[in-house]
Design a protein around this ligand. Sequence first.
Ligand SMILES: C[S@@+](CC[C@H](N)C(=O)[O-])C[C@H]1O[C@@H](n2cnc3c(N)ncnc32)[C@H](O)[C@@H]1O
Length: 334
Amino acid sequence: MAPQDRTLVFHRRIVVTAPLRCQESGQSEADAAVGRSLQLDYSKVRAYWQRTKPSLLGPYMMEGFGFPASAGRFRFRGEQDAVEEAVQDLRSSISVLDFGSGVGVWTEYFAQRFANVVSVEASPTLYAALKERCSRYPNVATFGSDVLSFEPKGRFGLVFLGGLLMYLNERDVRVVLSRLVPCLEPDAVILCRESTIRHGAKTLQGDYQVAYRSVETYQSIFSAAGFDVVSVEANTAYINVQMSCELIKKWKALVPERFRCLPVVGRLAYWGLRLGYPWNTRLIPWLLARLGREFPSLTNHFFVLRPSVQVAADRRDTSSHGTQLVEEMFENAR
Ligand SMILES: C[S@@+](CC[C@H](N)C(=O)[O-])C[C@H]1O[C@@H](n2cnc3c(N)ncnc32)[C@H](O)[C@@H]1O
């Protein structure tokens, strides 16, 4: 592991002050075996999310490990600290766009803090749960739609992309980001939370299709789409739970199904690592890196983006219609 890679895990926050240049995706031979074309099959992505259980654990990819429901709440609370830091300077009067909102835990969180939230989710199963969760918030408009065909109207002070970009091909990541530019308030931020790998990019093929990219790969994509990366922060709550997930995956690979006792072993793995939080999210990967092991294999980061100066200057001037257009979206959602 190169020293620069360790910074991703151990330095909670990396602040980027200069726009980054594009780099090539460093696809290794091992990556190629996982996903030769690096293209996602969207019909499989859709099918996966359609059959996902609409619990807090489901969209967090934490079902089937024997973890308690509190594991989802722990991760959500841990992530709130990072989100809070990213949004603390935003006015409460702004509108928020939550793309790929799952069951809507973040939509609900933003609804309690900001004037309006427009929430878009493609999976009918998760959308139903989102709608139900947010029905008591008159300042939330929900859309059961694919973000690739959804045209946001109005002006948003915050766009939240919580684990969405990893289900989009690189070209579509750029399309979605570029389409957001005219809809951003002058001081708006885009907050992304994505699963990350240490090097390059790879896609998992099969029934669960996903594109994992390194922090550097995301930075290149954001830069190419005309965004400056203001900060990158390791998602320690995710990393903590991910370590338990990877242990349980190893357990599942070693032990026949009838002897797995997941409700017990899953809780032991979860609570064992949870008690050492947050120190073990740095210590364990650091110790294993000394032994030449990358653990956990998957990490997760928050990225705060702003349109680059040039892109911001080219932004279409729709400011006078911004509020009106968001209101129109609320009419359409009814
Ligand atoms: C990892 S989950 C995250 C859910 C939520 N943002 C959160 O943080 O809890 C990813 C979500 O993105 C949704 N999604 C994936 N591709 C999408 C697309 N093209 N359009 C809309 N939603 C999509 C999935 O259905 C799923 O709900």
